[in-house]
Ligand binder design. Sequence first.
Ligand SMILES: [Zn+2]
Length: 174
Amino acid sequence: MMLTGHFFECDSWVTLNSALRDRNRTYALQKGVREVVYKHAIALEKFRECVGNRPVRIHSWVRCPELNGETPGHSSTSEHPKGNASDVDVLDQTPELTFQLILEAARAGKIAFNQLIIERVKDRFPGIVDEWVHFSSPDKILPPEKRGLAMRMVEGADGQQHYEVVQKFEFKEA
Ligand SMILES: [Zn+2]
């Protein structure tokens, strides 16, 4: 089913985890999650506009609690199980450029978010750094201090990945 002009309901339950695919689909379609998914699809349309009307590829959107638990680097307060966040990249754009374009749009008041993060996994495939943009819709799901945060994942001296705040925006309802 089409959610909005460019996003389908099936985009919301996409996962590489074949063992949990059916469970994730059932979870994504349940009442309470579905409504948030629809709201996030509207936010993704705005995101798409702000990156120059380019196709947005969804890596991961809704994650049932089991799938979230199996996702490397997952957070227990993740917005993915709520359906309010997606990990994306944009066709022919580096995640860095996408991040900068959304930041610029947010500074101009054209888009709001709970969290915008460049996330990365190193050596999932040998020698390759995988990057994507995590984007969550403005929503009171998160406590105020966690809303409107633009962050990037950086490697610390200890070799661990940390979140570094780039900018904190004032919370605005979508
Ligand atoms: Zn994410």
